[in-house]
Ligand binder design. Sequence first.
Ligand code: NAD
Length: 271
Amino acid sequence: MTQPLSVAILGASGRMGRALVDATLRNDRLTLSGAVERSGNPSIGIDAGVMVGQSASGVPVSDQLSEVIRAAAVVVDFTAPGATLAALEACTAAGTPIVIGTTGFTPEQKLLIAQAAQSIPLCIAANYAIGVNVALKLVELAARTLGSDYDVEIVEAHHRHKVDAPSGTALAFGEAAAAGLDRDLLSNAVYGREGQTGARKRETIGFATVRGGDVVGDHTVLFLGDGERLEIAHRATNRANFANGALRAAAWLVGKPAGLYSMRDVLSLND
Ligand code: NAD
């Protein structure tokens, strides 16, 4: 029998960190080797399993980043950009592969990530939900096949606490449609409509945003033609979908050559 893969979770007490600790402990092919939080976080010293409502895992939440990274076969990071860059340094020094779920990097930070990927295997994705990544591929295919006779509109809904709009995932759907149509998203995107807007321009890719309640994340891409419409929709019901996708990426990444990978690589969606 193959040994379970040892995974370290960074940002362990955060919303995603807890979902990742929980999913790692439930996965027979993985073992939790470390759980990191920033110094001073109230979770430091607490057993990671107990923190997520499971039995004791024997892994206390720690602020010893380098030590935890050295002990892991692969690291999963859902923290904040500054913390991710510190983790990257430690991963590069230890030669440990890393899955990055953190979002909000500046272009300069993205360059540092690309540089690190020259020496370690590194996977980064704005959305690790497996269904979303399949839907992105379907949207590109639909856009390419339906062509410019169909109007593309994207509707997304998220909980009342979300501070940015449209969501990064909605933009990724826009990029996928634009790629299928050989269009530039930046010059064709319309973010909401109001008042005397005039008739819809054919090349437009429209976005509409809904905010409220506890919606984890809904996305629908509409292809509106004459006499028919196609809708490609994804609904996230909890954070386990991101966690399971990120852990799938982690298992896939171990043993790969150094490089910058995405969920398209993990799910073999590149063709
Ligand atoms: P959160 O604020 O609940 O959790 C972040 C955690 O990181 C916190 O517990 C914080 O204490 C910890 N942290 C901050 N600095 C740290 C450091 N130096 N060392 C260790 N831990 C540190 O946020 P969240 O909702 O869990 O999201 C985290 C990130 O993941 C965000 O960037 C979010 O946009 C992103 N995210 C990505 C996906 C995806 O699929 N790619 C899905 C959901 C969230």
